[in-house]
Design a protein around this ligand. Structure first.
Ligand SMILES: *Cc1c(COP(=O)(O)O)cnc(C)c1O
Length: 401
């Protein structure tokens, strides 16, 4: 077999379907976010699709904590968490995360993906007869963990407690059950009815696992996420989050009971058999979490910018998909047009928005996913809305979401 022929055929197929992925070549410029230098066009651009939702990636407190830890501890962790890799910075970060979620304990992983994969595969594989009930729209990292566990999986309709109840009622009472879902879904920006899903899970004695990746730092009086905002954090068995989005650094974690965390610490291969995150990342992430537990400034400014962007786009007749979160999907509905709109934004307007195509979203729902931050100015918003309105006319795109 000619392996290169195989790779080429598969890549050609991606091109033919209009879903070949083209990456940016950006140089983030600390201090001028959301501006970055784009090496493809040789110019500065405004980034409108970053998951550094609050600009914590350049926050002085975060940078200072990282610089201090870099000078103090050096570059890497020096080992796995078990063998020489656990630094004081990891211990402090896990304490901070437990405090953030009001839980007994937390456990840090090298990324949010790894946290989901490792925690779900271990939880679901370890209990005989386990059935996993998974929201239809769950993220690839949760799906990977559930698959890897080998446990039976039932998919409930997106954000639908009645469908979850129907599935749970069909299962023998004695079987252990795990219900997993997200709080803010990253592509549509819709929000789970966490209390209702917990009501159902509790009725059937099921464990609950909530991915708060797109909500931690952003919602709740201390940035504990939607579960904190809704006053239901204590009802979840596991809350999972990332340190790489609103907290601006890198890493992932789960929070929950001391026994649950201790169990994963001793059983999850994705936690045990990999080098610990560098202490400087742990220190930076902790500084971000600690700051956002106290400060409302960033969250308030974020919500205000989001509301302004949504309002301005609607006034311009652009098809924003309505939701209650900070994610602003502008619908296009066709892969080729979506890529073209993104190219025009970049090359004619110095605005960077990555096109979102299948398989990230279903075919026919291709979109531009905008993520306003507190650092986008009124002028940035005006520039964005004008550019989009012009492109909608140029490409004769649809105006209803
Ligand atoms: C980004 C993402 C993750 C993975 O988090 P990383 O820290 O980026 O690995 C997990 N779940 C959801 C819903 C995500 O969007």
């Amino acid at each position: 077999m000619d392996f290169d022929d195989f790779f080429k055929a598969r890549i050609d197929a991606l091109h033919a379907e209009g879903r070949y992925r083209v990456f940016a070549d950006l140089e983030r410029r600390c201090g001028s976010f959301p501006r970055a230098y784009d090496h493809r066009i040789g110019a500065e651009v405004t980034v409108w699709c970053s998951n550094d939702y609050l600009g914590m990636g350049q926050h002085p407190l975060v940078l200072a904590a990282m610089a201090e830890e870099l000078r103090g501890s050096g570059a890497g962790a020096g080992g796995t968490r078990n063998i020489s890799g656990t630094s004081h910075a990891h211990v402090l970060l896990e304490r901070e995360l437990a405090a953030l979620h009001g839980s007994e304990a937390a456990l840090v992983f090298t990324s949010g993906f790894v946290a989901n994969e490792a925690a779900l595969s271990t939880l679901a594989a370890s209990m005989p007869g386990m059935v996993v009930l998974s929201d239809q729209m769950n993220h690839a990292s949760m799906i990977a963990g559930i698959r890897h566990s080998g446990a039976e999986k039932l998919i409930f309709r997106h954000n639908d407690p009645d469908d979850l109840a129907r599935l749970l009622a069909s299962l023998p009472a004695a079987r252990p059950k795990l219900v997993c879902f997200e709080s803010v879904y990253s592509m549509d920006g819709d929000i789970a009815p966490i209390a209702e899903l917990c009501d159902v899970a509790e009725r059937f004695g099921a464990m609950t696992y909530l991915d708060e990746v797109h909500a931690v730092g952003l919602y709740g009086p201390h940035g504990g996420g939607i579960a904190e905002r809704d006053g239901v954090a204590h009802r979840l068995t596991v809350i999972q989050g990332t340190l790489a989005k609103a907290f601006g650094v890198m890493g992932g974690y789960v929070a929950g009971s001391a026994l649950m965390c201790d169990f994963l610490r001793g059983h999850a291969p994705g936690f045990i058999f990999t080098s610990a995150m560098p202490p400087l990342l742990a220190a930076g992430a902790r500084a971000a979490v600690r700051h956002l537990r106290e400060s409302q400034t960033e969250r308030a400014a974020h919500q205000e910018r989001v509301a302004t962007v949504k309002r301005r786009l609607a006034e311009a007749g652009l098809p924003v998909k309505a939701n209650q979160s900070h994610i602003v999907p502008v619908m296009i509905g066709d892969a080729a047009h979506c890529r073209l709109a993104s190219d025009l934004l970049l090359r004619e307007h110095q605005i960077y928005v990555q096109p979102i195509n299948y398989p990230t979203v279903p075919r026919g729902t291709e979109r531009l996913r905008l993520t306003p931050t507190p650092l986008h100015s009124d002028a940035d918003i005006g520039h964005l809305v004008e550019a989009l309105a012009q492109i909608w006319q140029q490409l004769d795109l649809c105006k209803v979401a």
